[in-house]
Design a protein around this ligand. Structure first.
Ligand code: BJW
Ligand code: ZN
Length: 244
């Protein structure tokens, strides 16, 4: 059987449900994942570009990577996996997404309860005065680094390696994880902290953990149930169970 009786019953009875999402859920929209086959900019590991030192050393290279991704993301749409999560927001009493994705596709699908824990690629900020800039244009070829009125360089407003996640977003996430009865962990390799440790918090508070991924991951061992396959296939089936 595809889904356990335990999961089917929890889909009917759970009041607080959380989904942790990673790049895998957007893969079916045409957004490349970070790691593994067909990963983003295969010649670079994300650790090499997604950090402040890399930006200071070579801002053109880092902005080229972000412009390439911003353009790609501006041209794609949510897929059946995202839309199933939108339906869940209406079906469960309380449903929240904690996403590592910076592509904004959950909002585009209609979800309101979304924590973008690694930021949003369409937003930028000044490295000197921290002013948030919402209107930095996509440059096909990076001719100049965007600058703030204060003269500081502008960078993408995303969380890079070695940077702290906003305290407020972390606190909100911990509260959701402690309170949920059912946790979906969707399309993340579980390689990046602190999100890779989030399932433990839910588990310590007796939540049932369900992983949806095309492969086994470094955090599969924490799970109560593993659905091995595409998010865009499993999530709509789960919505059907909740509705029927
Ligand atoms: C499908 C599918 C389909 C495909 N359906 N599935 C504790 C231990 C060790 C290290 C650390 C630690 N705590 C902190 C660290 C350091 C560091 C870290 O985690 N390092 C690791 C590499 C070990 N973490 C940090 O620095 C974090 N900051 C922090 O903790 O501050 C405090 C601190 C500072 C310094 C030292 C110690 C503490 C910040 C991390 C920020 C990560 N930022 C990035 C870039 C964001 C901006 C951008 O997008 O450009 O976030 S890196 C990149 O990885 C991005 C992603 O959100 C993140 C996670 O990737 P994700 O989503 O899991 O994608 P993939 O590609 O890895 O996996 C895709 C999965 O989908 C695969 O499993 C596929 O099988 C699957 N899939 N198609 C379902 N159709
Ligand atoms: Zn500034």
């Amino acid at each position: 059987m595809e889904f356990s009786d335990k999961l089917k019953s929890l889909l009917k009875s759970s009041k607080n449900v959380v989904a942790i999402c990673g790049a895998g859920i957007s893969q079916e929209s045409g957004v490349p994942t970070f790691r593994g086959k067909g990963g983003l900019w295969e010649k670079y590991r994300p650790e090499e570009l997604a950090n402040f030192d890399a930006f200071i050393k070579n801002p053109v290279l880092v902005w080229e990577w972000y412009n390439y991704r911003k353009k790609l993301i501006s041209e794609v749409n949510p897929n059946p996996g995202h839309y199933a999560l939108y339906e869940m927001e209406n079906l469960f009493e309380k449903f929240f997404i904690i996403t590592q994705n910076v592509d904004g596709l959950h909002h585009k699908a209609g979800n309101k309860n979304v924590i973008e824990i690694h930021g949003n690629i369409m937003h930028s900020k000044c490295i000197e005065c921290d002013k948030i800039h919402y209107d930095v244009p996509i440059q096909e070829k990076v001719v100049s680094i965007p600058k703030c009125e204060c003269g500081g360089m502008i960078r993408p407003n995303v969380v890079w390696f070695g940077e702290l996640i906003s305290e407020n977003l972390l606190m909100d996430s911990y509260k959701l994880l402690k309170d949920c009865q059912l946790l979906f962990v969707i399309g993340t390799s579980g390689n990046v902290y602190p999100v890779a440790s989030f399932p433990i918090i839910a588990k310590e508070n007796d939540a049932y953990l369900v992983e949806i991924n095309t492969e086994k991951t470094t955090i599969s061992y924490m799970m109560d149930e593993i659905l091995e396959g595409q998010a865009g296939v499993f999530l709509p089936k789960i919505v059907e169970i909740i509705k029927n």
